[in-house]
Write a protein that binds this ligand. Sequence first.
Ligand code: HEM
Length: 565
Amino acid sequence: MHMPIIHNQVILLSCDHTLAIARMISELGIAIYLTMTNFWLWWWEVDSKQDEFARTFLTLLVPTLLLLWYQWTFPNSKKGKSANQLPPGPYGFPVLGYLPFLGSNLHEKFTEMGHRYGPIFSLRLGTKLHVVVNSMELAKVVARDQDKTLANRSPPLTAVISSYGVNNISWSNNNAHWRNMRKLLVSQLMSTANINTTQSQSLRTHEVRKMVADVYAKLGQQIDINEIGFNAAFDVLTRMLWSGSKPGEGNFTSYLVERFLEVEFKIIELQGARNISDFLPMLSWLDLQGRQREMKQQMVYVNQILDELIQGRIKANSCKVDGEGEEDQKDFLQILLELKEQKGAPTSYNFDQIKALLMNIVTAATVTISIMVEWAMAEILHNAAVKKKIVEELTEVVGTNNIVEESHLTKLSYLDAAIKETLRLHPPLPLLVHRCPDEACIVGGYTIPKGTVVYLNVWAIHRDPQNWSNPLEFKPERFLNGKWDYSGNNFKYLPFGSGRRMCPGVNLGEKMLMYTVASLLHSFEWSFPEGEELELSDEYGFLTKKRKPLMVIPSQKLSDASMYM
Ligand code: HEM
């Protein structure tokens, strides 16, 4: 009997209590509302219409920015995959995204982030979405399964300027013009057959011997290995492209090399430098860091040189009598000019396109070759046991009373392995050239929207312990089994990239690297300047070169001085 009463009392008490709490909450709510509106009253105490407009604008802007920030960052961090889900990734600031946290060595930063977010992750840089792929399994998806969809580029604004408005191979989208340029380059200049013609071989022999003679002239002095490698590659390339200097043109080429070295590195540096305009396109017209302006200045010089070159050739052609020089192998400039004259030909190039193409080939070839000659020499000189084996192999194959010939190169298997190992540890383009899908696609179960900037982090893949045992060790032996090549078919090893955008200059790049390094090691002993210690740190800037130039002192090794002439 008591229980229901007690129960009712409890219920009655409870009703009173609930009402009291509700009253308290509503009083508290009103108090908070009044305090807030009182607090905000100062915000709306305006002196003029202008002030009122400014405050209204700010009041709307702040929540809008917060909303945008929420939309940008939250889709990246959802747990579990769903349709249209972006790869996971870090939060960022409104507007700037993750830009302020990137640091300078992008390849290292992306590798470290891969450990946190997995083999594929996304990040907002400014208003653009970027995706980084860090594993060989997903590299296969990007460069093989989805190769066609992901074959566009997203050039930085500085590259748009240096490529004469995206008119070169490296930065063009996957379109008919790009296909024609690539086809022409490979069929006329870079195919195995072209690289192995007697003329092409003797051209390289001439330039590599000239390099040896130049080093010989500096015995006992410090020399910059990158510069030596650059000059040799530059001479080979300019002779293939426009036959180097011509009689009557004075020392046009040496003048060109001197200035070109400076300008070319500046151009590469500007292409690799972070430019706010690329991440916040609505601000690009301001050119806040002056990068576009600087690139335009560099291009004034490049343009002047290339114009001089092309007009000189047109003039020389017009003075030729019929049939003169027809039996000579044409250089690339001549082929391009003849195509230009063929009205209505399927492939024809205007002057800007010709200049863009020439500039692209010279830059793509010389910088990569010189960076790799420097890394290979640095690693070999740093590893005494490796150096000993290479020198023994050179002595056996070439002999001590002989100089290196191209015909020796195929027999230098340990040197070949050492160069492959150098390209594994120090790929000159650690993130390749970024790709861009022409429509949304799926990689690793995640959606990559159209227009995303996609990096393939070969630096991470080349150092992944799942792919390589003791990956940080310099061990050429891992390449001695004959299983490895530069074809880009084994996705553990991609120093020249893979798929339709892979490097078209592999044949020449490989030959020049082997020939240059073999000649430098066979003809000279190398020592370091007193007190100098070799270090192997790198510096990212699109192309990754040695942070500190390799400065070394050559001494004579071959007994007969005539072998240096
Ligand atoms: C050691 C020497 C070289 C290395 C390591 C190298 C490496 C590379 C890499 C990694 C790429 C990007 C591939 C990608 O995005 O998937 C590339 C692109 C390219 N390379 Fe090389 N390269 C070398 C030499 C050369 C030479 C000698 C030429 C001369 C023709 C050349 C011309 C190009 C061009 C035109 C592209 C752009 C291809 C495209 O976008 O379609 N490279 N190179």
